[in-house]
Design a protein around this ligand. Structure first.
Ligand SMILES: Cc1cc2nc3c(=O)[nH]c(=O)nc-3n(C[C@H](O)[C@H](O)[C@H](O)COP(=O)(O)OP(=O)(O)OC[C@H]3O[C@@H](n4cnc5c(N)ncnc54)[C@H](O)[C@@H]3O)c2cc1C
Length: 304
């Protein structure tokens, strides 16, 4: 979200922008996971569940996205909550249409020679050169990238630590009759939501179940297949129900889910033409990530 918000703003003002993302498609922590099984496809918003809007500019962006049919209100948990439609990643897919993005490209190094930056992916050096770089990745990953070029920025990223979140995605043959649409607590299960309760989803009984930070930390290094039965049991306990056998169940470990965010908004060094944006600089939400990206773009244009 932060990277695309930054790139969109710059591109709309005539800059030539190229993005690289290690993911297979647009999403980051707003990804939607599609799982095909027995001729059916199940979809899960397995990162951010919804986003709220408090900033006026973000509210205008929301109106535009609503007009494009890629977000809708879901005033279920909070009156000002929105979700992507038909999946959480929809606004990102929408922005991606106008941007030049190479997916499945993990950047592992940056080098500066004179005024030109070159980048290295896992497959080797990339052919292009760039006059400016915006690093829009979680703090723990930014540390490695910034470390060789900008000690001070890397130090700010090192100061951030993110809580993990083990997330269970499970689908059932029938709708649970008496379960709430969502469940929140500060126990082993922090939040669970019926994915199909959100607008514009299909009817399959899909649930996303997020373990709390303590539980996630204690079980961080387990394999997903070990975590699945444990979280199913905790989910049953949370709903006070004997869960039926799921049609499918899988788990995803978000190692850096929720940052202990600072309030710098973004980082920019006009001499080195290097900056950073992301939720870790502005808050810990989708809106914060969007605002951080826009702030970095504005700073880059203003400070040159
Ligand atoms: C389980 C979970 C639940 C959440 N729930 C909510 C919620 O309900 N509401 C809310 O507002 N927020 C929620 N959040 C937080 C929200 O998702 C984030 O604040 C927001 O998506 C952060 O956006 P970002 O652009 O800063 O980072 P990210 O979305 O993490 O984007 C960073 C991008 O960088 C890419 N990347 C990383 N390293 C490299 C590399 N070396 N090379 C190339 N690409 C790289 C990644 O693939 C990713 O696409 C949740 C997060 C999680 C994980």
């Amino acid at each position: 979200m932060a990277g695309m918000a930054c790139a969109t703003y710059l591109k709309e003002r005539g800059c030539e922008v190229t993005l690289f993302d290690k993911g297979r498609g647009p999403g980051g922590r707003m990804s939607t996971r599609r799982i095909a099984q027995d001729g059916r496809e199940f979809r899960f918003d397995h990162g951010a569940q919804y986003f709220s809007v408090s900033d006026e500019e973000f509210a205008r962006q929301m109106k535009a996205w609503e007009g494009a049919g890629v977000v809708a209100r879901w005033p279920h948990d909070k009156p000002d909550a929105w979700v992507g439609t038909p999946g959480m990643n929809a606004p990102l897919k929408h922005m991606a249409q106008a941007l030049d993005i190479s997916f499945a490209t993990r950047i592992v190094g940056m080098h500066k020679q004179g005024t030109a930056y070159t980048l290295c992916s896992e497959a080797g050096a990339l052919p292009q050169t760039f006059d400016s770089i915006a690093v829009a990745v979680p703090a723990e990953q930014a540390t490695t990238l910034l470390g060789t070029i900008h000690f001070d920025m890397a130090r700010q990223a090192v100061g951030v630590s993110s809580s993990p979140c083990w997330t269970l995605m499970c689908a059932f043959a029938d709708k649970f009759s008496d379960a709430p649409e969502s469940y929140r607590s500060d126990g082993a299960i922090a939040w669970a939501a019926r994915n199909s309760a959100k607008p514009d989803r299909d009817a399959a009984e899909c649930w996303v179940v997020q373990a709390g930070p303590e539980w996630s930390r204690q079980h961080l290094e387990l394999e997903p297949q070990a975590v699945v039965p444990m979280l199913l049991e905790e989910f049953g306990k949370a709903l006070r129900a004997d869960l039926p056998e799921p049609l499918l169940a899988t788990a995803h470990r978000w190692r850096f889910a929720f940052p202990s965010a600072g309030n710098a908004g973004c980082l920019w060094d006009s001499e080195k033409r290097l900056g950073a944006c992301g939720d870790w600089l502005a808050g810990a939400t989708v809106e914060d990530a969007w605002l951080s990206g826009r702030q970095l773009a504005r700073t880059m244009l203003r400070e040159g």
